[in-house]
Design a protein around this ligand. Structure first.
Ligand code: KIV
Length: 275
C-alpha cells in the first residue's frame, strides 16, 4: 500500500498474537493500539510497528457522521473489518461488536463469528460483570475477547453523555471488580476508557491481562487512540487526544510519532489524563 513519508519499516517480523501482548505485559514493555477503519491506514500501522489495530465502532462518528456509536450495524462493521484485514497481515486485528449485538449469548456467538470470519482475531465488547458468561462462552469457542470498561460509549445514553467514570469510590470499586471478574472469565485484554489514572494503574497491577488505556493515564500496559484524533480530524477533540500531525508534518510521521511516544512513556502527557 503506497504512502509518502520515508519512515523506517518496523513491520513486526511475525504476526502479533495474544501471546505476544501477554509477554509484553510480563516484560513491562508498552504496546500500541490504533482504532482505524480502512486498508491504507491499516497498512501504514503495520509498517509503523503498531501491535494491534482496532476496528472500533467509533467509525459511526468518525466515518459515518452519527452522533454516537449506537446506530452502527453489523454490516458496517464487517465492511470495515474486511478492509482493514486486507491492508494488514501482521498486527493483531480486534473488532467491536456493535450496540445490542451481544445482549444474549446466542447473539454474541452468532455476531462474533461473523466478525471473525470477516478477518477479526479478537472481539471487543463493552460492559462489566454481566458479560462474564458471554466472555467465558466466546473464549471456550476459540474467540478471544477484549473487555471494555469505564466509559463504554455504547451506554452514552445511560451515562447522560461522554463522562469520566470512576471518580467516586463506589463506581471505582465496581470498575475494578468488573475487570477482575472478566479476566477470570477469560478476557484476554481490557480497554479502560476515561477513568482516573490511579484507578487504571490499580487495575493494571491487579489483573493478569494487558490493559489498554484511552484517557486512563500513563500506567496501563498499552495505549489506544482513534486515528482521526491522531491526525487532528476531530473538530472538538477529547482531552485525552493529541494531534500528532502538527509536529510530524505528514500522516506516516504522525503515526510513527504516536507509536514512539507511547513506547517511550511520553504519551499521554499530564494534560491528557484524568485525576
Ligand atoms: O470504538 C473505538 O474506537 C474504541 C476505542 C476508542 C477504544 O472503542
Amino acid at each position: 500500500m503506497p504512502y509518502s513519508s520515508p519512515i523506517p519499516d518496523n513491520t513486526p517480523a511475525k504476526p502479533v498474537t495474544i501471546k505476544t501482548l501477554h509477554k509484553r505485559k510480563a516484560d513491562g514493555e508498552k504496546f500500541v493500539m490504533i482504532s482505524l477503519y480502512d486498508a491504507p491506514m491499516a497498512a501504514m500501522a503495520q509498517k509503523c510497528g503498531v501491535e494491534t489495530v482496532l476496528i472500533g465502532d467509533s467509525l459511526g462518528m468518525t466515518v459515518l457522521g452519527y452522533q454516537s456509536t449506537v446506530p452502527v450495524t453489523m454490516e458496517q462493521m464487517i465492511y470495515h473489518v474486511e478492509a482493514v484485514a486486507r491492508g494488514n497481515q501482521k498486527s493483531l486485528i480486534i473488532a467491536d461488536l456493535p450496540f445490542m449485538t451481544y445482549a444474549t449469548l446466542e447473539d454474541a456467538l452468532k455476531n462474533a463469528t461473523r466478525l471473525m470470519q470477516a478477518g477479526a482475531q479478537v472481539i471487543k465488547i463493552e460492559g462489566g460483570r454481566w458479560l462474564a458468561d458471554t466472555v467465558r462462552r466466546l473464549s471456550e469457542c476459540g474467540i478471544p475477547v477484549c473487555a471494555h470498561l469505564g466509559l463504554t460509549p455504547q451506554a452514552v445514553n445511560k451515562f447522560g453523555g461522554f463522562r469520566v467514570q470512576g471518580r467516586d469510590p463506589e463506581r471505582a470499586q465496581e470498575i475494578a471488580e468488573d475487570a477482575r471478574i472478566l479476566a477470570e472469565a477469560g478476557a484476554e485484554l481490557a480497554v479502560l476508557e476515561c477513568i482516573p489514572s490511579a484507578l487504571a494503574a490499580q487495575i493494571t497491577r491487579d489483573v493478569p491481562i494487558p490493559t489498554v488505556g484511552i484517557g486512563a493515564g500513563r500506567d496501563t500496559d498499552a495505549q489506544v487512540l482513534v486515528i482521526n484524533d491522531i491526525l487532528g480530524l476531530t473538530e472538538q477533540p477529547p482531552k485525552f487526544a493529541k494531534n500528532f500531525l502538527v509536529e510530524a508534518g505528514d500522516i506516516p510521521g504522525a503515526m510513527k510519532q504516536y507509536v514512539d511516544d507511547v513506547k517511550a512513556g511520553t504519551f499521554p502527557g499530564d494534560e491528557h489524563i484524568f485525576l
